[in-house]
Write a protein that binds this ligand. Structure first.
Ligand SMILES: [Zn+2]
Length: 177
């Protein structure tokens, strides 16, 4: 659904790959149908980073994708390369998004991307709000957190108004629990 700005990282975005020669880095937040659109048993466009549970679910459904699926531990930073020359990469932290088994949000930190929190589908909880990896949300280090009413992509940022800036969102979320 999303292409992270200034990177080749696609999140829950596996379709329309046929004539695209660009090398992408794929992230999967969770395995609900609307997030795995485009995946099929002969899909072969690169590694897919996700939680251990999502990796199991994908491997069970598409055994041929077993070698492409790269399960990552939650709650700790992982460095992943985003190019074949291994010159560029980002730090990825997976955080339980409290939505369904294996669902995660991605905290992406990189030179070109800046700091991006991709929540995917999530249900806010005290555990999420107090997650140490999200402390940057509480100060100026986070460059941008954008929530769209349309919620399906980062594109056309100029046309769309953010629903709430990150800090405000956190404060309001605290109040609504
Ligand atoms: Zn979902």
């Amino acid at each position: 659904m999303s292409l992270v700005p200034n990177t080749n990282i696609r999140i829950d975005n596996f379709a329309y790959m046929k004539n695209d020669l660009t090398k992408y880095t794929f992230l999967l937040t969770h395995c609900h149908e609307d997030h795995i659109k485009g995946l099929h048993s002969s899909w072969n466009y690169g590694n897919i980073y996700c939680s251990q549970i999502s990796a199991l679910l994908i491997s069970e459904r598409f055994p041929n994708l077993k070698l492409l699926v790269q399960p990552l531990e939650l709650d700790e930073p992982h460095w992943i390369y985003t190019d074949e020359q291994k010159k560029e990469g980002v730090t990825l932290t997976l955080i339980d998004s409290n939505h369904c088994p294996g669902s995660v949000m991605f905290l992406i930190q990189g030179k070109k991307s800046g700091t991006v929190l991709h929540t995917g589908d999530f249900r806010v909880s005290e555990k999420i709000l107090s997650h140490p990896a999200l402390f940057p949300l509480h100060n100026d280090k986070l460059e941008k957190t954008v929530l769209y009413r349309e919620f399906d992509h980062f594109g056309d940022q100029k046309k769309q108004k953010p629903l709430l800036p990150g800090k405000k969102f956190i404060e309001q979320s605290h109040k609504s629990i």
